[in-house]
Design a protein around this ligand. Structure first.
Ligand code: SF4
Length: 108
């Protein structure tokens, strides 16, 4: 793989923002983690993904550390289509709903 083909991380500001959003959702739901089986399935999907930055195991789409991102029930793969889904979908704020014109409901 050439340098041009290697996945690159988003800017530090974007990574910090994405992490803060994921962390807020995770904490809001009481810090739920996926099962060991789900965690491994997510990691396996990431390992096959062309966006994985293998040198530091970060997602090239959002910049998050896969080790943590894949463990949290509230996180999702940011690729389109998503390679793995959240197991708890947090209701988005009204601001986000207006911006995205999407409504999220708790899945449980
Ligand atoms: S979270 Fe999704 S986009 Fe990011 S590395 Fe994993 S599979 Fe790829």
């Amino acid at each position: 793989m050439s340098e041009e083909e290697k996945p690159k991380l988003p800017s530090f500001a974007t990574m910090a923002k994405n992490f803060a959003i994921d962390l807020a959702k995770y904490i809001k739901e009481g810090a739920p983690n996926v099962s060991a089986k789900s965690y491994q399935a997510r990691l396996d999907a990431c390992k096959e993904c062309p966006f994985l930055v293998k040198t530091n195991m970060r997602c090239g789409k959002c910049g998050c550390l896969i080790e943590h991102k894949a463990r949290w029930k509230t996180t999702n793969c940011p690729d389109k289509p998503s390679r793995w889904k959240p197991e708890v979908i947090v209701t988005k704020s009204e601001h986000e709903q207006k911006r995205n014109n999407t409504t999220y409901r708790d899945k449980a």
